[in-house]
Design a protein around this ligand. Structure first.
Ligand code: ADP
Ligand code: MG
Length: 617
């Protein structure tokens, strides 16, 4: 007898592998969408026919491939994403095994059209059951179009195993949603034959969630945010009332890759304990950003389970982050108001008691007669910035939450804005503390030594911000926080020149910027207080002031930028402030070394003496 062991032909090996990797049409959809993302596409379109059984097409505007790469891409273990084993521990891409296209090509008719940006002409390749049938040059746009036809044409058993079109379509939609959900920075469209199922424009994460799951969620999502050395947890949980009897919208992602994790799911459920009926499921959308080395990445492409190194730590961080979110929400119904300007309740941590209002200030301190001395307490210091009360913030309760987060003093001191008129009269009689009140939405008045100090709120705030930003800029290490979704800003040529001129200064303030090839600026990090804000808006406002100042003031660029930031973000001279806001502003202002004039040279305060008052009568 001769030897009986054969090496399987490559095509048979690929078919076998394909059975594992491409279990159903939805698996092919997942691989193609992930490849498009890995190729840097910003616009991705998916078209399926017959639940993917007769056509799956993905059109992207990503990097495209050279003719050789296009051909190579169908080889097994052909990947541009890793070159050595150690790369496996630092995977930043969705794919890396280099077997998806080889597998798909083994069991379908595949056509690819692709062109790189710098190439004049593109490539078209047709391949059937791993056999290249045709390769030609074609004229096409930059990017790649993969068309998969007749899936499982040569593996009838697999084909017969498929479920109804409706069931397969559901799988495809699940895949699409999991990918589109966590990539709001990309545009996605999804067509079933001619019928458009989704057209998702580039947006923020919350907006993307709402577009996918319905406008009804708009008022119902609570932001979860926890940043530690081990992991960054970002996302949303549904308010307790959105909990369902069926396991519904539960999404975990690790580095934007969808995962299932029963143990961490338990962490969420237990944070909701007692807030939702037993047997109900909380909804959540949560991404864990974690060093790839600390997750087991060498997982099978079709599996959604992962292992974390610090599983227990992540469990408790997640649980407490959600509890905190829910606690704030439960104790602060006012945060839910969409239009309410003033806030009456400070959110209390669960179990905390409501304390009587108390002052943080030293009653004996005369802030104005001796500008170099400091008040006894330094609660607000220069790290707290009084809120900007514009339309945008007042209609967005998340910003209020952000505000509270910034100021634990207000959090713990409770409810001093809740006083009615009676109580404020009472307070005025209490000479042991400063009393501030606002006049004409413009001035803050403070009775003192028989007279009255009048402080221009806008000028004072500009001073506070200016001092604060100068301090940050002169510190050796500005605090910056990575943005979960980089913001891309397009500037006019003129504005871009100024941004370039201020590049260093902007980074010193804590913004992290990248220049893209096309001249756009990508913002990947911001000072924590701006993390939820549109950096574009901040920069646009700043540039406006900067240009004005260039015309009217003799300032160097450093000073001009500080001034422009301060003016841009300052409260205005026509803005109602709550008691908390007034006292926070005043406390920060009292810490300022320069209380006479604002950074643009305007007088900040004025004293009305008892004698001057007497003259009036
Ligand atoms: P992997 O994604 O694991 O590297 P694939 O078989 O999915 O393996 O793809 C093989 C290679 O083909 C990729 O590494 C990439 O270089 C290239 N490729 C695949 N799809 C695209 C695409 N849409 N645009 C550009 N290049 C692509
Ligand atoms: Mg891939």
């Amino acid at each position: 007898m001769s030897d009986i062991i054969n090496l399987l032909p490559e095509s048979v090996a690929n078919q076998i592998a394909a059975g594992e990797v491409i279990q159903r049409p939805a698996s092919a959809v997942k691989e193609l969408l992930e490849n498009a993302i890995d190729a840097g596409a910003t616009d991705i379109k998916l078209i399926v026919k017959d639940a993917g059984k007769s056509l799956i097409q993905v059109i992207d505007n990503g990097s495209g491939m050279s003719p050789t790469d296009a051909r190579m891409s169908f080889e097994r273990h052909a990947t541009s994403k890793i070159t050595k084993a150690s790369d496996l521990f630092a995977i930043q891409t969705m794919g890396f095994r280099g077997e998806a296209l080889a597998s798909i090509a083994a069991i379908a008719h595949v056509e690819v059209r692709t062109k790189k940006q710098d190439d004049e002409i593109g490539t078209q390749i047709e391949i059937e059951g791993s056999q290249i049938k045709n390769q030609t040059e074609i004229v096409c746009k930059t990017g790649t179009i993969f068309s998969i036809k007749n899936l499982y044409f040569n593996t009838p058993a697999r084909r017969n195993f498929l479920k109804s079109n409706m069931a397969e379509m559901r799988h495809i939609q699940d895949v699409f949603v999991r990918i589109a959900l966590v990539n709001p920075q990309l545009r996605f469209a999804f067509y079933d034959e001619q019928r458009q199922k989704f057209d998702l424009r580039i947006s923020g994460w919350k907006q993307r969630i709402i577009e996918l799951f319905g406008k009804g969620l708009n008022q119902k999502l609570l932001n979860v945010n926890e940043i530690t050395d081990v992991v960054e947890i970002n996302g949303f949980v549904g308010k307790p009332e959105t909990a369902r009897k069926t396991r519904g919208e539960q999404y975990f992602f690790v580095n934007k890759r969808y995962i299932k994790h029963p143990y961490l799911n338990h962490a969420v459920q237990s944070a909701f304990e007692e807030l939702i009926p037993s047997g109900a499921f909380a909804s959540y959308f949560i991404n864990f950003t974690i060093d790839p080395e600390k997750v087991d990445v060498n997982i099978h492409p079709t599996k959604t389970e992962v292992n974390f190194q610090d599983e227990k730590t992540i469990y408790s961080l997640l649980r407490s982050a959600i509890k905190m979110t829910l606690g704030k929400f439960a104790f602060s119904p006012i945060l839910d108001f969409e239009t309410e300007m003033s806030f009456n309740h400070a959110p209390l941590p669960p179990g905390a008691e409501v304390k009587q209002p108390e002052s943080h200030m030293n009653p004996d301190y005369n802030p104005f007669s001796n500008p170099t001395s400091k008040p006894a307490s330094d609660n607000y210091g220069s790290t707290w910035q009084p809120p900007k009360l514009d339309e945008r913030q007042s209609s967005n309760h998340e910003n209020w939450q952000q505000l509270y987060k910034n100021d634990e003093q207000i959090l713990s001191s409770g409810i001093n804005a809740q006083q009615g008129d009676d109580e404020s009269i009472e307070r005025k009689e209490d000479s042991s503390e400063f009393i501030f009140f606002q006049i004409a939405n413009k001035y803050i008045a403070m009775p003192h030594n028989d007279g009255l100090w009048l402080i221009n709120q806008q000028h004072a705030h500009e001073r506070v911000l200016f001092d604060r930003y100068s301090k940050i800029m002169s510190s050796s290490k500005p605090v910056s926080q990575g943005k979960m979704f980089a913001e891309v800003i397009q500037f006019s040529a003129n504005d871009l020149d100024i941004i370039n001129e201020l590049w260093q200064e902007i980074q010193q303030l804590g913004f992290q910027l990248n220049k893209k090839d096309n001249g756009d600026i990508e913002v990947t990090g911001a000072p924590p207080e701006f993390n939820d804000e549109s950096v574009q808006e901040i920069f646009e406002g700043m540039l406006e002031h900067y240009k004005n100042n260039q015309l009217n003031l003799q300032l160097d660029k450093h000073q001009n930028m500080l001034l422009s930031m301060a003016k841009n973000l300052s409260i205005t001279g026509d803005q109602k402030l709550s008691d908390e806001e007034i006292s926070a502003l005043m406390e920060a202002f009292m810490n300022s070394d320069q209380q006479d004039v604002s950074p643009s040279g305007n007088r900040i305060m004025s004293y009305l003496s008892a004698e001057e008052l007497a003259d009036r009568f």
